[in-house]
Write a protein that binds this ligand. Structure first.
Ligand code: NAD
Length: 472
C-alpha cells in the first residue's frame, strides 16, 4: 500500500486514458495508489471509471479509483497530475480550421512552417493554453510539490508556457521517438543505441550505433532513393520521401512527428501532400488523413462505451476478451488494443507511469522528456522547452549531452522557436495585432483586408472559448 495520489485531467481522452490506467495497474510498486479521474464530460468519465476499476480488479492492483468533475478535487494534495485534456475537443479544432479555410488559409492559420500537426494549434489554442495555466496555478496553490505531466498538445508551447509562468515541477511527454524503431527495422538491427534531441515534434536522430559504438547512419544511407513508400496508414511516414528529403537537407534523420512538421514544400495542397507522404491520404495532416484519424478516435470512445456497458451488465473484461472472436464487426486493431491492455507483460509505451514509478521508487530508467532548456542543448534558447533523453531516478534527472548540427539549429529549430515565442506572447498579451502580424508574413495572405476579415471572424470565437475555461 502507498499513499500516492495521482490525478488525471481529461481522463476521458480517447488517446490516453485506458493506456495510462492499464500501465498503473501493471506497475506493482504503484499498487494501492489513489487515482482521481477528472473530466468535464460525465459520460466519458463514468465509462473510464468503470473500466479503470475493472482493470484494477483484473490485475489485483488495488487502485482506489475516484471520478470527479471538480478540478480542485483532482489537484488538491496530488503527487502527480497528468493532463490529457483537450479544451473544446476536436470540434474546436475543426471550427478554427474551417474559419481559416474560409479566408484562404488551407488547413487553418495554425498550419505554419514547422508546425503542421492538426491537433497542435498554437495561434488559436488560447482555451488550451488557459487550461494549462489554470491547472498549473492550482498545482502551485494546492499541491506545490506535485509533478505536472503534460500529455496534451501543444507540448512544446505548453511546457514552455507553464515552466516560465509558474514555479511547479513539470515534464512534457510525447511518444514520437518510438519511430526510431522503423529505421532499425529497415536496416535489420535488433540491438542498437540511439539518441534523439530537439524540440517536441522537431527531434533528430543524434546517435544511432551498434552496441559497440559503430555508426549505423551509413547503413541507413544504403537505402537512400531505394524505398518505394506505400503507407499502411496516414501516420506511416517515417520512411516517406519527406523524411529522406529532410535528412538530405538537414543532415540528420527527422524522427516521429518531425516528419509531419517540415515546410510548405511538402504541404502546399492535397496533391503536394500526396506526392510527398504517399497515396491515398497525403499524410496524417491532410484533410483525408485527419478525417481517418478522428474517425478512429471516435471509434475508441465508442468501444470504451460498449465495454463499460458490458461490464456494468455483469460481464468481466476477461469474458469480453474471450468473446471478441464472436464480434466480426470489431476490427483487429481494437482486438489488439484489448489484448494489450490485458497483457500483464506489456506496457503501453506511454512514459507517464514509468516516470512516476522512477520518481517514487527510484528505479532508474531512460526517458525522452520535454523540459525547459536552461543550457541542456546548445544553440537553443534557454527559456523554451527542449525534448531530450534523460535518466530519471527519484528526483534526480541526468540529461544526456546532446548536440545538434548548425543546419538543424539555424534552419529548423530557430524559426520553430521563434514561432512558439510569438504565439505565446500573443496569447499572454491577448493581442490579436501580433497574430495579424504573423499572418501578414504567411505566403497564403494576399491582402491586409483578408487578414482583418479573418481576425474579425476568428478571434471573437477564440476569446469566447477561452473565457469558458477561465470562468468555469
Ligand atoms: P479527446 O477529445 O478524445 O480527449 C480529451 C478529453 O479532455 C475529453 O474527454 C474531454 O472531455 C476532456 N476535456 C476537455 N476540456 C476539459 C476541461 N476543461 N477539463 C477537463 N477535461 C476536459 O482528445 P484526444 O484525441 O484523446 O487528445 C487529447 C490530447 O492529447 C490532445 O491535446 C492531443 O493533441 C494530445 N495528444 C498528445 C500526444 C502525445 O504523445 N503527447 C499524442 C496524441 C495526442
Amino acid at each position: 500500500m502507498n499513499n500516492l495520489k495521482i490525478g488525471i485531467i481529461g481522463a476521458g481522452s480517447a488517446v490516453f486514458s485506458m493506456r495510462i490506467i492499464s500501465d498503473l495497474c501493471k506497475m506493482p510498486k504503484l499498487s494501492g495508489s489513489h487515482v482521481v479521474l477528472m473530466d468535464i464530460d460525465e459520460a466519458r468519465l463514468r465509462n473510464t471509471g468503470i473500466l479503470a476499476n475493472e482493470l484494477s480488479r483484473v490485475f489485483g492492483a488495488n487502485l482506489k479509483i475516484e471520478t470527479t468533475t471538480d478540478m480542485t478535487k483532482v489537484i488538491d494534495g496530488a503527487d502527480f497530475v497528468i493532463n490529457t485534456a483537450m479544451a473544446g475537443g476536436h470540434s474546436y479544432l475543426d471550427k478554427v480550421r474551417e474559419i481559416g479555410e474560409k479566408h484562404g488559409y488551407y488547413r487553418g492559420i495554425d498550419a505554419q512552417n514547422y508546425n503542421f500537426v492538426s491537433d497542435y494549434l498554437n495561434l488559436t489554442n488560447w482555451n488550451q493554453f488557459s487550461l494549462f495555466l489554470k491547472i498549473a496555478k492550482m498545482i502551485e496553490k494546492f499541491a506545490p510539490n506535485a509533478w505536472y505531466l503534460q500529455a496534451a498538445n501543444p507540448v512544446f508551447e505548453g511546457t514552455t508556457l507553464v515552466s516560465t509562468q509558474t514555479s511547479i515541477k513539470m515534464v512534457g511527454f510525447c511518444h514520437g521517438h518510438y519511430a526510431v524503431e522503423s529505421l532499425a527495422n529497415l536496416i535489420g538491427v535488433k540491438e542498437y543505441d540511439w539518441q534523439v534531441g530537439g524540440v517536441n515534434h522537431g527531434i533528430w536522430l543524434t546517435k544511432f550505433t551498434t552496441k559497440d559504438g559503430k555508426d549505423l547512419y551509413p547503413e541507413i544511407d544504403k537505402y537512400k532513393g531505394k524505398i518505394q513508400h506505400k503507407p499502411s496508414n496516414p501516420f506511416d511516414d517515417q520512411l516517406s520521401p519527406v523524411a529522406w528529403d529532410m535528412y538530405d537537407f538537414y543532415g540528420l534523420f527527422p524522427i516521429g512527428d518531425t516528419v509531419r512538421n517540415s515546410t510548405w514544400k511538402y504541404h502546399r495542397d492535397l496533391e503536394t501532400k500526396k506526392r510527398w507522404y504517399g497515396e491515398p491520404w497525403g499524410g496524417a495532416d491532410s484533410e483525408l488523413g485527419w478525417k481517418w484519424y478522428v474517425e478512429q478516435l471516435y471509434k475508441v470512445v465508442e468501444i470504451i462505451n460498449q465495454f463499460a456497458t458490458a461490464i456494468e451488465n455483469g460481464l468481466t473484461l476477461e469474458k469480453v476478451k474471450d468473446s471478441m472472436n464472436l464480434m466480426p464487426w470489431l476490427e483487429d486493431d481494437w482486438k489488439n488494443m484489448v489484448n494489450e491492455l490485458l497483457d500483464s507483460e506489456k506496457l503501453s509505451g506511454e512514459q507517464h507511469v514509468p516516470f512516476i514509478d522512477s520518481v517514487v521508487n527510484g528505479t532508474k530508467r531512460r526517458f525522452v522528456v520535454n523540459m525547459i532548456n536552461k543550457g541542456k542543448i546548445k544553440g537553443i534558447d534557454d527559456d523554451v522547452a527542449v525534448e531530450i533523453c534523460a535518466w530519471v531516478s527519484g528526483e534526480n534527472i541526468e540529461f544526456e549531452e546532446t548536440h545538434l548540427p548548425e543546419r538543424v539549429i539555424n534552419w529548423y529549430i530557430k524559426p520553430r522557436v521563434l514561432l512558439a515565442k510569438q504565439a505565446l506572447e500573443a496569447f499572454l498579451k491577448k493581442d490579436t495585432k501580433l497574430v495579424a502580424d504573423i499572418i501578414e508574413r504567411d505566403w497564403r495572405t494576399k491582402s491586409s483586408e483578408q487578414v482583418k476579415k479573418l481576425i474579425d471572424e476568428l478571434y471573437p470565437f477564440v476569446i469566447a472559448e477561452m473565457k469558458k475555461i477561465i470562468e468555469n
